[in-house]
Design a protein around this ligand. Structure first.
Ligand code: ARE
Length: 594
């Protein structure tokens, strides 16, 4: 059925991998095709010179199979079309004019030129990055001299309120850098640190100054320097969708009304400007008066914010930005930000905050990647709530991966929780068929971490998850970090540590392709391969309650001469003549439930 075949000549269906290679992706009705071929030629070569490439089926979601081929683009100008042989015997040609039984009717897609500027590029270090997210007021108090007046005791029994403060600061982060090294992470994402009246600092008063409760410019420079010395990169939170109501520009508008030269920096509905009972200007969220929305279509505002982004890169040497409320700011602004930031250093990372699909922002001209909340949602369903099985889960993951370019997917922040969400462990305690024991919940979270640390993208550890911290939605998910050894879950910490080490040890886990190999609904286990030219990692996630004997390797020929090492136990296996894995004493590899 022709309508069940989809391709458009734009990302993520057609994009450059580098100067001379194009990735083309084709979506076909699930189990509909026997084979798919891509036929390609230089655009200026005569008709009939197209060369065929057999496409690889790279994954499936509920209703579709995805096929890919890498087309050489030696002269950078490529035309291509597809030939799909359906299982029912029909075959179709797919080109820019549509899907037809006759080749002449289909025409060819044209990738006019691999423009250097349009090749999606992400910082190389993103492939190896393992992030740790820190909410500064809650991580560690390293300098009690700068405590704000009203701090709570670090181990107070009361839960945090939207207004509580605990005295965490930048010196506290510096003091704990060795802890981060020991855990194994190599990048830190800090929630906002600039002057602001709140504990979370998403209502910026001064974009150029560190909040006095956190430290000063020198402390922050020290933090970056000492982090870099330990191989840890530092990414800051940029709140450019809105400012705080104390920012000089908004204060000026409040004071001078229509006469203010900053009146066009915001979206003001009427004068005089009032904040109560409801603000008469646009804000973040639903009328949050302290967060007036910035008008980023105003050139002055754009320049102002781009200068801020540049300042912290040059002055303090940060490694990138996480951009708050990225989906509500115009795309032209993000393009300009990218140009400015990457113009300073193309290894700067730009990650947008998106709680939903981010496809239009990830074509390579705006963000490198985004906070992948949709991954978290799928992981909650499978591991915590247990309301979907292995098959649905792998379909969801495939569908997520297929909506982005490979480059963007490698720069996704793969998170299980954040300062805005319930902690993953708490979701596991509440999930499934009722309240679970602490042990069961911890086991589910650890299994999710095994996936997070072996899949593509940049895993993010939300501070405290690694010691079994709990917390419901904001503000409860922002409890002070547990440093007391007796209250930390040692087994969970060790699991995080060993999974991070495993990721860093095998290049296939950071740079390999990802292909699901099986998803077994009955046992609730699934497996996937991460593959580079030199190495294959075969990951089995067993979310069932029984041991799962690892099935015969799917790539028998290529793996024939190879040994398999169990990443978690270190046990070695070789392939027997009948294609099974076996250890020296005859044991079969087994994925044991946690
Ligand atoms: C405060 C209180 C909350 C209270 C809220 C509402 O702490 O308990 O519920 O006010 O009045 C920052 C602070 C928050 C603060 C908020 C407002 O960190 O603590 O909340 O300011 O003062 C949407 C946006 C997404 C945004 C989330 C929060 O799309 O961009 O809402 N996330 C960023 C940051 C936040 C930050 C802000 C934005 C503001 O990461 O920390 O909040 O700068 C569904 C929707 C999403 C929605 C999501 C969460 O999924 O589809 O669009 O995200 O729910 O609500």
């Amino acid at each position: 059925m022709p309508s069940s075949i989809h391709h458009v000549c734009e990302p993520p269906y057609a994009y450059a991998l580098d100067e001379y290679r194009l990735n083309v992706r084709l979506k076909v009705r699930r189990r509909g095709a026997a084979t798919c071929q891509a036929l390609y030629a230089d655009r200026y070569d005569s008709p009939g010179t197209e060369l065929p490439i057999l496409m690889e089926r790279v994954g499936s979601d509920r209703h579709s199979d995805y096929y890919e081929a890498i087309l050489p683009a030696l002269k950078r100008k490529v035309r291509y079309l597809f030939l799909v042989q359906m299982n029912d015997g029909d075959s179709y040609w797919v080109g820019e004019r549509g899907t037809f039984a006759q080749r002449e009717l289909a025409g060819s897609f044209q990738f006019p030129y691999v423009c250097r500027e349009e090749i999606p590029r992400v910082p190389d270090w993103a492939h190896e990055a393992v992030f740790y997210q820190i909410f500064p007021d809650r991580f560690h108090n390293g300098d009690s001299n700068i405590n704000p007046g009203d701090v709570q005791p670090w181990d107070a029994v009361e839960k945090p309120t939207p207004l509580s403060r605990y005295g965490g600061d930048l010196q506290g982060v510096i003091d704990r850098l060795d802890y981060l090294v020991e855990l194994g992470v190599n990048a830190v994402y800090l929630n906002p640190i600039f002057v602001s009246p709140s504990n979370h600092k998403y209502d910026t008063t001064d974009y150029y100054t560190i909040d006095a409760a956190f430290g000063d410019l020198d402390t922050f420079k020290q933090l970056v320097k000492q982090a870099h010395e330990r191989g840890i990169r530092v990414v800051l939170d940029a709140v450019f969708n809105h400012s705080g109501d104390q920012l000089f520009a908004f204060q000026d508008v409040m004071e001078k009304g229509e006469q203010s030269s900053y009146r066009d920096w915001y979206y003001i509905d009427a004068y005089p400007v009032v904040q109560e009972p409801v603000p008469n200007y646009e804000t973040f969220g639903n009328g949050i008066a302290t967060m007036p929305k910035l008008n980023t279509s105003n050139r002055e505002v754009t320049q102002y914010l781009l200068d801020v982004a540049e300042y912290w890169i040059r002055e303090a040497g940060i490694d990138g930005w996480r951009l708050d409320v990225a989906n509500e700011v115009d795309r032209r602004f993000w393009q300009l930000l990218r140009e400015r930031v990457k113009g300073i250093d193309d290894q700067q990372l730009l990650v947008g905050e998106f709680m939903h699909d981010a496809s239009p922002w990830l074509h390579g001209d705006q963000f490198d990647g985004v906070m992948n909340y949709l991954f978290r949602e799928a992981a909650l369903d499978f591991f915590a709530r247990q309301n979907i099985g292995a098959e649905t889960f792998t379909e969801l993951l495939t569908s997520l991966q297929m909506r982005y370019t490979d480059q963007a997917y490698s720069a996704m922040m793969q998170l299980l929780g954040s300062h805005d969400t319930e902690r993953f462990l708490t979701a596991c305690l509440n999930g499934g068929r009722g309240w679970n024991s602490q042990e069961t919940a911890l086991a589910r979270m650890r299994l999710a971490v095994c996936l997070q640390m072996t899949m593509p993208g940049m895993p993010v550890v939300y501070y405290g998850d690694e010691v079994g911290m709990e917390g419901r939605n904001d503000p409860d998910c922002r409890r002070p970090m547990i440093w007391d050894e007796e209250k930390r879950d040692a087994a969970t910490y060790e699991l995080f540590q060993s999974m991070i080490a495993l990721r860093k040890k095998y290049v296939s886990l950071t740079r390999g392709t990802m292909r699901f190999v099986f998803a077994d609904e009955a046992t609730n286990a699934f497996g996937f391969l991460r593959q580079t030219d030199s190495e294959v990692a075969y990951v089995i996630i067993n979310n069932g309650t029984h041991p799962y004997a690892v099935p015969a390797p799917p790539l028998k020929d290529r793996l024939h001469a190879c040994a398999m090492i169990d990443g978690l136990t270190g046990d070695r296996y070789t392939l027997t003549a009948c294609g099974q894995w076996e250890s020296a004493d005859g044991a079969v590899p087994t994925a044991v439930p946690f």
